[in-house]
Design a protein around this ligand. Sequence first.
Ligand code: CA
Length: 228
Amino acid sequence: MNSAKILVVEDEEPIRQMLLIVLNNADFDVQCAKDVREARDLIAESMPDLILLDWMLPDMSGIDWCRQLKNDPSLNELPVILLTARGAEEDKVRGLEVGADDYMTKPFSPREMVARIKAVLRRAGKSFTKTKVVVGHLILDMERYQLSYQGRDVPLSPTEFKLMRFFMTHPGKVYNREQLLDNVWGRTAYIEERTVDVHIRRLRKVLSEHGCGDLVKTVRGFGYRFSL
Ligand code: CA
């Protein structure tokens, strides 16, 4: 659940799908964009740990966007691996000159791709099990097993903590009761769906006592969404 989040920016559907499968199998949390515009929107929503960036994209070349990222003080520590069909040494040099953290030529082996990603994440000092998840003024500290809001600890039961961990690592998306059961309690748990509502209600009560009760929203007829 707290694996590194990889943003794949690739316009070619088959390669995007292949990367999605390979990275999911390697337990990464994957998001895909088909151009730079989509990638920017996704980053604004939640920051990835690494970008796999194709060189040839429809709206802006990967190399130009990489240069922009590396010149942006708020984004320049975000690791970027450039992907390209080109194999020329001078392209590789250009890629690394604009600040890409690594460079891979298509076609690449899935195993090598995963190994390179792990190496870049390690160099960037990103560990796979994040010890803290930060969303707005909320901080979920995995080591202390503690949630805090605006610096104040919010006492949660183990189930509420797991719910919050799931919500905070998946902000903005709607989940129905069954999906929450699968993700938070596990597929094998024998729990009725309405139990989810009970736990959500308790969680909201604790959150609202700390001034942030509106973070978990009900999406009528479907389920729940966590957003600021
Ligand atoms: Ca492309």
